[in-house]
Design a protein around this ligand. Structure first.
Ligand code: K1U
Ligand code: ZN
Length: 167
Protein backbone atom coordinates (compact mmCIF):
# COMPACT_ATOMS: atom_id res chain seq x y z
CA UNK A 1 0.00 0.00 0.00
CA UNK A 2 1.44 3.36 -1.03
CA UNK A 3 -0.05 6.52 0.38
CA UNK A 4 1.26 9.51 -1.55
CA UNK A 5 1.81 12.92 0.08
CA UNK A 6 -0.80 15.48 -1.08
CA UNK A 7 0.59 18.94 -1.93
CA UNK A 8 -0.87 21.66 0.27
CA UNK A 9 -1.95 25.11 -0.95
CA UNK A 10 -0.13 27.51 -1.57
CA UNK A 11 2.54 25.09 -2.82
CA UNK A 12 3.54 26.53 -6.26
CA UNK A 13 3.71 23.00 -7.76
CA UNK A 14 -0.12 23.02 -7.66
CA UNK A 15 0.00 25.68 -10.41
CA UNK A 16 1.73 23.37 -12.91
CA UNK A 17 -0.18 22.56 -16.13
CA UNK A 18 -0.15 18.75 -16.55
CA UNK A 19 1.02 16.99 -19.76
CA UNK A 20 -1.15 14.50 -21.70
CA UNK A 21 -0.43 10.79 -21.13
CA UNK A 22 0.93 9.23 -24.34
CA UNK A 23 0.34 5.58 -23.33
CA UNK A 24 -1.49 3.91 -20.43
CA UNK A 25 1.25 1.50 -19.34
CA UNK A 26 2.20 -0.33 -16.13
CA UNK A 27 3.70 2.83 -14.63
CA UNK A 28 0.38 4.70 -15.08
CA UNK A 29 -1.59 1.72 -13.68
CA UNK A 30 0.67 1.72 -10.58
CA UNK A 31 0.06 5.48 -10.22
CA UNK A 32 -3.74 4.87 -10.45
CA UNK A 33 -3.46 2.24 -7.67
CA UNK A 34 -1.41 4.53 -5.41
CA UNK A 35 -3.70 7.52 -6.08
CA UNK A 36 -6.85 5.52 -5.32
CA UNK A 37 -5.40 4.27 -2.01
CA UNK A 38 -4.45 7.87 -1.20
CA UNK A 39 -7.91 9.24 -2.12
CA UNK A 40 -9.83 6.61 -0.12
CA UNK A 41 -7.54 7.06 2.91
CA UNK A 42 -7.75 10.87 2.89
CA UNK A 43 -10.81 10.52 2.58
CA UNK A 44 -11.76 12.29 -0.62
CA UNK A 45 -14.14 11.88 -3.54
CA UNK A 46 -11.56 12.81 -6.17
CA UNK A 47 -7.85 13.30 -6.74
CA UNK A 48 -5.80 14.73 -9.60
CA UNK A 49 -2.22 13.56 -10.30
CA UNK A 50 -1.12 17.19 -9.87
CA UNK A 51 -1.99 16.95 -6.15
CA UNK A 52 0.53 14.13 -5.68
CA UNK A 53 3.18 16.07 -7.64
CA UNK A 54 2.84 14.04 -10.85
CA UNK A 55 2.15 16.45 -13.70
CA UNK A 56 0.30 14.10 -16.06
CA UNK A 57 -3.37 14.35 -17.11
CA UNK A 58 -4.89 11.73 -14.82
CA UNK A 59 -7.89 12.10 -12.53
CA UNK A 60 -9.71 9.59 -10.31
CA UNK A 61 -13.16 10.08 -8.75
CA UNK A 62 -15.55 8.08 -6.58
CA UNK A 63 -18.61 9.94 -5.30
CA UNK A 64 -20.50 6.77 -4.30
CA UNK A 65 -21.57 6.18 -0.68
CA UNK A 66 -20.29 2.62 -0.98
CA UNK A 67 -16.82 3.81 -2.10
CA UNK A 68 -16.65 1.13 -4.79
CA UNK A 69 -17.44 3.13 -7.96
CA UNK A 70 -13.96 4.31 -8.91
CA UNK A 71 -13.79 6.21 -12.20
CA UNK A 72 -10.46 6.70 -13.95
CA UNK A 73 -10.08 9.55 -16.41
CA UNK A 74 -6.90 9.66 -18.46
CA UNK A 75 -6.57 12.81 -20.60
CA UNK A 76 -10.14 13.95 -19.72
CA UNK A 77 -11.82 16.55 -21.91
CA UNK A 78 -15.18 18.17 -21.27
CA UNK A 79 -17.07 18.27 -24.56
CA UNK A 80 -20.42 19.66 -23.34
CA UNK A 81 -21.78 21.43 -20.27
CA UNK A 82 -25.22 22.62 -19.17
CA UNK A 83 -27.03 23.97 -16.15
CA UNK A 84 -25.67 25.52 -12.99
CA UNK A 85 -24.57 23.48 -10.00
CA UNK A 86 -25.36 24.66 -6.47
CA UNK A 87 -22.92 22.64 -4.37
CA UNK A 88 -20.19 23.45 -1.89
CA UNK A 89 -16.85 21.96 -2.76
CA UNK A 90 -13.79 21.08 -0.77
CA UNK A 91 -10.19 20.28 -1.68
CA UNK A 92 -7.70 17.88 -0.13
CA UNK A 93 -4.99 20.47 -0.89
CA UNK A 94 -6.92 23.19 1.00
CA UNK A 95 -8.12 21.36 4.11
CA UNK A 96 -11.01 22.80 6.10
CA UNK A 97 -12.20 25.18 3.36
CA UNK A 98 -15.59 24.62 1.69
CA UNK A 99 -17.33 27.05 -0.67
CA UNK A 100 -19.50 27.29 -3.75
CA UNK A 101 -17.86 28.08 -7.09
CA UNK A 102 -19.47 28.43 -10.54
CA UNK A 103 -19.77 24.97 -12.14
CA UNK A 104 -21.99 23.27 -14.70
CA UNK A 105 -24.60 20.85 -13.28
CA UNK A 106 -24.24 18.43 -16.24
CA UNK A 107 -21.19 17.60 -18.32
CA UNK A 108 -20.15 15.16 -21.04
CA UNK A 109 -16.54 14.15 -20.74
CA UNK A 110 -14.27 12.09 -23.01
CA UNK A 111 -11.40 10.18 -21.42
CA UNK A 112 -9.46 6.90 -21.47
CA UNK A 113 -9.72 4.16 -18.84
CA UNK A 114 -6.96 2.14 -17.11
CA UNK A 115 -6.65 -0.06 -20.22
CA UNK A 116 -6.26 2.94 -22.49
CA UNK A 117 -9.76 2.52 -24.00
CA UNK A 118 -11.56 5.73 -24.97
CA UNK A 119 -15.01 6.30 -23.44
CA UNK A 120 -17.57 9.05 -22.87
CA UNK A 121 -19.15 9.78 -19.48
CA UNK A 122 -22.33 11.76 -18.78
CA UNK A 123 -22.07 13.23 -15.29
CA UNK A 124 -24.39 15.35 -13.15
CA UNK A 125 -24.42 16.91 -9.68
CA UNK A 126 -21.51 16.06 -7.37
CA UNK A 127 -19.85 13.81 -9.96
CA UNK A 128 -19.92 16.61 -12.55
CA UNK A 129 -18.65 19.20 -10.04
CA UNK A 130 -15.90 16.87 -8.86
CA UNK A 131 -14.67 16.16 -12.41
CA UNK A 132 -14.60 19.91 -13.21
CA UNK A 133 -12.64 20.54 -9.96
CA UNK A 134 -10.13 17.79 -10.83
CA UNK A 135 -9.63 18.99 -14.43
CA UNK A 136 -8.95 22.46 -13.03
CA UNK A 137 -6.14 20.86 -10.96
CA UNK A 138 -4.64 19.46 -14.20
CA UNK A 139 -4.73 23.00 -15.60
CA UNK A 140 -2.98 24.37 -12.50
CA UNK A 141 -6.12 26.09 -11.21
CA UNK A 142 -7.22 25.93 -7.56
CA UNK A 143 -10.89 26.28 -6.56
CA UNK A 144 -10.02 29.15 -4.20
CA UNK A 145 -9.07 31.24 -7.27
CA UNK A 146 -12.83 31.56 -7.98
CA UNK A 147 -13.37 33.17 -4.56
CA UNK A 148 -13.06 36.87 -3.66
CA UNK A 149 -9.62 38.39 -2.91
CA UNK A 150 -10.67 38.82 0.72
CA UNK A 151 -11.67 35.16 1.09
CA UNK A 152 -8.41 34.06 -0.58
CA UNK A 153 -6.36 36.22 1.80
CA UNK A 154 -8.20 34.79 4.84
CA UNK A 155 -7.69 31.22 3.60
CA UNK A 156 -3.98 31.85 2.95
CA UNK A 157 -3.36 33.33 6.37
CA UNK A 158 -5.30 30.50 8.11
CA UNK A 159 -3.39 27.78 6.22
CA UNK A 160 0.02 29.45 6.66
CA UNK A 161 -0.56 29.63 10.44
CA UNK A 162 -1.64 25.97 10.46
CA UNK A 163 1.39 24.89 8.39
CA UNK A 164 3.72 26.91 10.66
CA UNK A 165 2.27 25.23 13.78
CA UNK A 166 2.70 21.77 12.19
CA UNK A 167 6.47 22.33 11.64
O1 K1U B 1 -9.54 17.29 -5.57
C1 K1U B 1 -9.66 17.24 -4.36
O2 K1U B 1 -9.01 18.00 -3.66
C2 K1U B 1 -10.62 16.26 -3.73
C3 K1U B 1 -11.93 16.91 -3.32
C4 K1U B 1 -12.90 16.78 -4.49
C5 K1U B 1 -14.19 17.54 -4.43
C6 K1U B 1 -15.08 17.42 -3.39
C7 K1U B 1 -16.28 18.11 -3.41
C8 K1U B 1 -16.60 18.89 -4.49
C9 K1U B 1 -15.70 19.02 -5.52
C10 K1U B 1 -14.50 18.34 -5.50
C11 K1U B 1 -12.44 16.19 -2.08
O3 K1U B 1 -12.66 15.04 -2.10
S1 K1U B 1 -12.65 17.14 -0.65
C12 K1U B 1 -13.28 15.96 0.52
C13 K1U B 1 -14.73 15.69 0.37
O4 K1U B 1 -15.44 16.48 -0.22
C14 K1U B 1 -15.34 14.44 0.89
C15 K1U B 1 -14.63 13.53 1.58
C16 K1U B 1 -15.21 12.37 2.04
C17 K1U B 1 -16.54 12.13 1.83
C18 K1U B 1 -17.28 13.05 1.14
C19 K1U B 1 -16.70 14.21 0.68
ZN1 ZN C 1 -8.82 19.81 -5.02
Amino acid sequence: MALLPILQYPDPRLLTVARPIAEVDGRIRQLIKDMSETMYAAPGVGLAATQVDVHLRLVIVDVSNTRDQLKILVNPEIIARSGTADLEEGCLSVPGVYDKVPRAQNISVCAKDAEGRAYQLEAEGLLAVCIQHEIDHLDGKMFVEYLSRLKQQRILSKLKKKQHRAR
